[in-house]
Design a protein around this ligand. Structure first.
Ligand code: GLY
Length: 319
């Protein structure tokens, strides 16, 4: 069969000036993943390498572009899973540029699923994946943090969790988590997701991204899914598991993504999340209940990946 991949750069509101560049990088990530599979590589290779492109771009809230906690550190989360039984994740890692790679190593080299904080960083050090903290905590980010904290101190912002929706409305870049879902030539499926969480989060806060079933999920012979949005709600809904279960009942990726987001909206409200999914037949789809989302995908018959920034009003099927 022909491979397919879909990647995302987060759901929320879009900052106009960045959209073109973000779409170009998303397209590059989808093409990279697709070409890996076209040469015989696995869906797992494809989603990890696609997410590395997004982490390294500095344009999304993941890897180099990760948000800072309230007290000025970067704490990154990532998870990866395929339908063959591989699953790994890391949370709250501070000195790792590509947490998605570390998540894969957790799956391949340890008996664990999820490593957090110092323990995960120790593994990164042993594997040569550690980077100096200044790589992720730049002067520009500290300046942005100062501005956000000043707004908070003036009472222009929110208290934790209860006002996350307001936070999302006011700070478009907040939910630029990245992720990918792919199916390869042998029908193997995989998903990977990576994030810096969101600005001003409390140190130690972990969102949906490294939680299997919430921020990522894959089912053998069925499909795979990656989520973005407000982690506290995505965890409550087990969003990626919901999408995969709908695909297991026979829905193509596109319909499963839409149905899961529609159920999440009914249960928890609008403005919370987006997903991308592939099914084992090579179908791809996305859905979101935020104002907009950025995605790129490449499936059978496409010479190059297509990248788009759909708005809520014009949500439609991809391929
Ligand atoms: N979805 C990313 C987060 O909430 O951390």
């Amino acid at each position: 069969m022909r491979p397919a991949i879909i990647v995302h750069g987060g759901a929320g509101r879009l900052r106009g000036e960045d959209v073109g560049r973000r779409l170009e990088v998303l397209r590059e990530a989808a093409d990279k993943g697709y070409e890996i599979m076209a040469r015989g590589g696995s869906a797992l290779d494809a989603v990890v390498e696609a997410v590395v492109v997004l982490e390294d771009s500095g344009l999304f809230n993941a890897g180099l572009g990760s948000a800072l906690t309230f007290d000025g550190v970067a704490e990154l989360d990532a998870g990866v899973m395929d339908g063959e039984g591989l699953i790994g994740a890391v949370a709250a890692v501070r000195r790792v540029k590509n947490p998605v790679v570390l998540a894969r190593r957790v799956a391949e080299l340890t008996d664990h699923v999820l490593l957090v904080g110092e323990g995960a960083e120790r593994l990164a050090r042993i594997l040569g994946l550690e980077v100096p903290e200044e790589v992720l905590v730049t002067r520009e980010k500290l300046e942005r943090l100062r501005e956000l904290k000043a707004r908070w101190a003036r009472g222009e912002d929110y208290t934790w969790l209860a006002k996350l929706r307001k936070l999302a409305e006011e700070h478009p870049g907040y939910f630029g988590t990245v992720g990918a879902a792919a199916v390869d030539r042998e029908g193997r499926v995989a998903a990977a997701t990576s994030t810096g969480g969101y600005w001003l989060k409390l140190r130690g806060r972990v969102g949906d991204t490294p939680i299997p079933g919430a921020g990522f999920y894959a089912l053998r012979g069925v499909g795979a899914c990656s989520a973005t949005g407000i982690g506290e709600y995505i965890i409550r809904f087990s969003l990626c598991r919901a999408v995969c279960e709908l695909m297991a009942k026979g829905l193509p990726a596109e319909q499963a993504a839409r149905e899961a987001i529609s159920r999440m909206s009914a249960e928890l409200g609008e403005g919370l999340a987006g997903v991308v999914a592939v099914d084992a037949n090579g179908g791809v789809g996305y859905a979101f209940n935020t104002e907009a989302m950025t995605v790129a995908y490449r499936a059978a018959g496409m010479e190059r990946a297509a990248a788009l920034a759909p708005r809520k009003a014009d949500q439609r099927a991809t391929a």
